[in-house]
Design a protein around this ligand. Structure first.
Ligand SMILES: [Zn+2]
Length: 136
């Protein structure tokens, strides 16, 4: 339990990576790192898809990332209809790719591939929580 608070729409109430929500509530965006091969996963995974081990630790995604790509969403999927338009982005944090939405107040014409971004928890209505990108 605990994962039902994540995001605009919850697709599951349980996850072996539910601590992700606890970290968001503490102000931290975290992924998992495989203790065996060192790969970092975002979104966090309880199992390493590379070496198939299940020994992972939580690592904070912090500092500046680089915007790799983005798109403007004008027609949202189920549950996101009222959120549009919004910008979906992919950013690189020291080799870890992070996918998410940009802060809704960031103007599209200020978003550029290669720009420095940071990722931060985002409190939603009704006690829900997610994360978002902001210019660094
Ligand atoms: Zn691994």
């Amino acid at each position: 339990m605990g994962f039902e608070k994540f995001g605009v729409v919850s697709f599951t109430s349980q996850s072996r990576a539910s601590a992700f929500v606890d970290y968001l509530e503490k102000g931290e965006v975290r992924g998992t790192k495989c203790r065996s091969c060192g790969r970092v996963f975002f979104p966090p995974r309880a199992d390493c898809s590379w070496c198939m081990k299940s020994d992972v630790e939580w690592v904070e995604i912090k500092g500046e990332g680089t915007l790799v790509s983005y798109t403007k969403v004008n027609y949202g999927p189920t549950g996101f209809e009222k959120e549009v338009p919004y910008i979906l982005a992919l950013a690189d944090f020291n080799g870890t790719k992070v996918f998410g939405r940009f802060n809704k107040d960031v103007a599209e014409d200020t978003v550029k591939v290669g720009m420095a971004v940071k990722v931060s928890p985002l409190n939603l209505s009704e006690g829900r929580i997610s994360y978002e990108f902001l210019p660094a």
